[in-house]
Structure formats: structure tokens, C-alpha cells
Design a protein around this ligand. Structure first.
Ligand code: PGA
Ligand code: ZN
Length: 423
């Protein structure tokens, strides 16, 4: 049964940083509706699909989204009106053709993605199944191990840390609910340790603490101490993951730690640093360890540590099958960070996931640093079956909304729900 799209209604809302973004409501002929809100990154890859902003400095410092809103309400609605809400790939093909540019610059990836996700939700409602079931199709849904960003730095916090994300990964928990508890208890223990040591316990964009810690080593030590303090085993129960987001400190062919004191590293020296860190701390995953143009740096790391570590490309691939193919052909990494708004439609995101599956690579479904209360990625991650999600820390409700939705899905799936470590 197909159900036609009756209307699309977009409006501007605010994201977790207080900047405008889009919410889109899709209504079908049968009265079913789907609503979706679009996230927004801060440390964006240069090749991401274009997030359309008004550039009118009298509103929100130029970050208004009135143009993108009007593109949904006029151009997109005109074209999608009457089209079947399913299959999703036909809807997304219409959107891609209507935009007609390589990077969705005409209509805006925010306008297109909001529509794509809202239509998927409406179609799921029309078929009477939860979103994760609808998106999974014939494949088996799988619960996700969370990567929780408990210390924020880089472009996500005004502190002394050059690395953007220090994450905990409660992969040894017996269920998602227990993984969430491991994460929360470690977060609370970390709060206590930081407070006792006289550090700030204010949080950054993704809800992790943003203290002025001295070094990367000190930061890892503190997290390991927090895991222990929570009564958990660092490594087998709760591991560590890093997202240095190295594009944000890449300068020409060097890497400069400007926030912590102007140390300069070559790509080879940075590789040595990661290697030392991974031998000292229970690190299972390193994302964007090198800048988005330093393919050779990624390749060297994958060749030397890829058997022990998950090496993830985020800015490197921007969820774009074109770049992921290049990565697979050159063994640049062994995993990909997947973000819907980097590419701009649900279907193209699924294609990126499929490419990873075909190559035997891992993939992690991810939020953005600017988020909303929308929980689309929780359903999407379970549906894609990769077993990993990156959705921020254990504070700030736009992050917890994703984890709380996963709790709901776990209940829904019942005793058959599979929670298993990919490491
Ligand atoms: P962003 O950061 O959403 O600011 O790009 C997230 C990440 O780098 O993984
Ligand atoms: Zn990243």
C-alpha cells in the first residue's frame, strides 16, 4: 500500500546551541504525520553537504534558516505533493534531482534532510511500525553500544584541550540499559574527581565536562580513575575512545596544539602519540586522528594499528560514498562515522552504510554537536545494525533523548534484543 504526501510544513526552531534549525512536518493523505528536526555541526568537514543559512546579519548573526524553510514550504512541497511516501529511495531521488547540485547547495541539505526524515517517519506511521522497524526493512535490528563523550575540548568547549572528544564506551555491559548506567555512574564519578581536584565541572556542547586539564594523558588518567571509582573495570567493561577531530588543529602539513600551549607535531609524530596513548590506556577507537587531507596519515595508522584499534573517518569521508569508496580502495581506515546531515538524505546515508557493510568495515551512527530533541538517529542506528552510536555525554537532554529512546527500543525488542560488544 502506498500513501501519498499531502503536505510538508517547515518552520524554524532552535538547536542545543540556541541557533536556528529546521523542523519539518510531513502529512500524508491518510492523515498520518511525521516530524523531524535537523542537527548542525561545529567542526564540519569541508566536503559536507551545504547547510543553507540566510547570511542576514540582522537575524541570529546570519545563521537564520528562513530560506531553507521557504524551500520546503514552496519548492519541495510543490514537487513532493501527491508522491507516495514510500519507498524512501524514490522520495529521496526526487529531492536529489530537484536540488540538482553536487552538495545540495540550491535547496540546502538542511531543507532536504528535514523533509527526508519527516517523510520516513510519516511512512513508518502509515505502516503501523516503529521507525527502526520501518528503516530496517528485512534486516534484523541490533541495539547499539554507545560512545559517550564525557570530556569536551577542541571546537566544542572554551578550555585548554586540543582534542575534541574523550569518550567512554561501556561495551562490556550485558544490556543497553546497563551500559547507560555504567556510563552515567562513570560520569558522576568523574564529576566528583574533577570537583575535588579543583577543576570546573561546567559542560561543553555535547554535555561532557570542559575542564582546563593540563595534558591528554592527565585527561585519560582521570577518566580511567572515574571508571574505577564507579566500581567498573577499565577496558573489559568500559573502554575509552578518542575523537581528536584533527582537522581543527591541522596547519599546512603540521598539527598545532594551540589551546594547550602551541606544541607542533608532524603527522608521523602524531601517529606516535596515538600509539603511546593506545598502549597506555584502554582505547578501542580513534576517530579523525589526522586532518581531512592527510589520507597518508590515516593509511599509516590503519596499517600499523588497524588490527588492534578501530580507526574511524568522519571529516575524512563526510558520509559521502565517493570518499568512502576512496577510503576502502586505499585502506585508509577500518570504520566510518555516519551522519545524516553530512550527505543530506536518508537513502544516501543508507548507501554509505551499505558500502561499509560490503567492505566488512564498522560504522557508527552519530549525532552532531548542535542537536535537538529529535531521536531519529537512535532508530536509525538500531535499524542499520552496526551496533554503535555516538550521541554525547550523560547530561543535556538533547543527548539523553537519544539514549532514552534506545531504552524504549530495548524494551520494545524484549529479551531477544541483542547487545553485544563490537570490540
Ligand atoms: P560536529 O562534531 O558535530 O561539531 O562536527 C562531531 C564530530 O566531530 O564527531
Ligand atoms: Zn568527529
Amino acid at each position: 500500500m502506498t500513501t501519498a504526501i499531502r503536505s510538508l510544513n517547515a518552520f524554524g526552531i532552535l538547536d542545543s546551541r540556541g541557533y536556528p534549525t529546521l523542523r519539518v512536518v510531513a502529512t500524508l493523505d491518510n492523515g498520518c504525520t511525521g516530524t523531524a528536526s535537523v542537527p548542525s555541526g561545529a567542526s564540519t568537514g569541508r566536503h559536507e553537504a551545504l547547510e543553507l543559512r540566510d547570511g542576514d546579519s540582522s537575524r541570529y548573526g546570519g545563521k537564520g534558516v528562513r530560506k531553507a524553510v521557504s524551500h520546503v514550504n514552496q519548492i519541495i512541497q510543490d514537487h513532493l505533493h501527491g508522491q507516495a511516501a514510500a519507498p524512501q529511495d524514490a522520495v529521496d531521488a526526487t529531492l536529489v534531482a530537484l536540488d540538482g547540485t553536487e552538495n545540495k547547495a540550491r535547496l540546502g541539505a538542511n531543507a532536504i534532510l528535514g523533509t527526508s526524515m519527516a517523510v520516513a517517519r510519516a511512512a513508518a506511521a502509515a505502516s503501523g511500525v516503529p521507525l527502526y522497524r520501518y528503516l530496517a526493512g528485512a534486516s534484523v535490528p541490533r541495539l547499539t553500544v554507545p560512545m559517550m563523550n564525557v570530556i569536551n575540548g577542541g571546537r566544542h568547549a572554551q578550555n585548554s584541550l586540543d582534542f575534541q572528544e574523550f569518550m567512554i564506551v561501556p561495551h562490556g555491559a550485558p544490556s543497553f540499559a546497563e551500559a547507560l548506567r555504567y556510563g552515567a555512574e562513570t560520569f558522576h564519578a568523574l564529576h566528583e574527581l574533577l570537583h575535588k581536584a579543583g577543576y570546573s565541572t561546567a559542560v561543553g556542547d555535547e554535555g561532557g565536562f570542559a575542564p582546563n586539564l593540563g595534558t591528554i594523558e592527565e585527561t585519560c588518567e582521570l577518566i580511567v580513575a572515574a571508571i574505577r571509582k564507579a566500581g567498573l573495570r577499565p577496558g573489559p567493561e568500559v573502554a575509552l575512545a578518542l575523537d581528536p577531530a584533527a582537522s581543527s588543529f591541522a596547519k599546512d602539513d603540521k598539527y598545532v596544539f594551540a589551546k594547550s600551549g602551541n606544541m607542533t607535531f608532524s603527522s608521523a609524530e602524531l601517529l606516535d602519540l596515538y600509539d603511546r596513548l593506545a598502549r597506555t590506556y584502554p582505547i578501542v577507537s580513534i576517530e579523525d586522528g589526522f586532518g581531512e587531507d592527510d589520507w597518508e596519515g590515516f593509511r599509516r595508522q590503519t596499517a600499523s594499528c588497524g588490527d588492534r584499534l578501530q580507526i574511524v573517518g568522519d571529516d575524512l569521508y563526510v558520509t559521502n560514498p565517493r570518499f568512502i569508496r576512496k577510503g576502502i580502495e586505499s585502506s585508509a581506515t577500518n570504520a566510518v562515522l555516519i551522519k545524516l546531515n553530512q550527505i543530506g538524505t536518508v537513502t544516501e546515508t543508507i548507501q554509505a552504510v551499505q558500502m561499509c557493510r560490503d567492505a566488512g568495515w564498522r560504522y557508527i551512527i552519530s549525532h552532531r554537536s548542535g542537536e535537538t530533541e529529535d531521536t531519529f538517529i537512535s532508530d536509525f542506528a538500531v535499524a542499520m545494525g552496526g551496533g554503535q552510536i555516538k550521541a554525547g555525554s550523560l547530561s543535556r537532554s538533547e543527548r539523553l533523548a537519544k539514549y532514552n529512546r534506545l531504552l524504549g527500543i530495548e524494551r520494545d525488542l524484549g529479551p531477544g534484543a541483542a547487545y553485544a560488544s563490537p570490540f
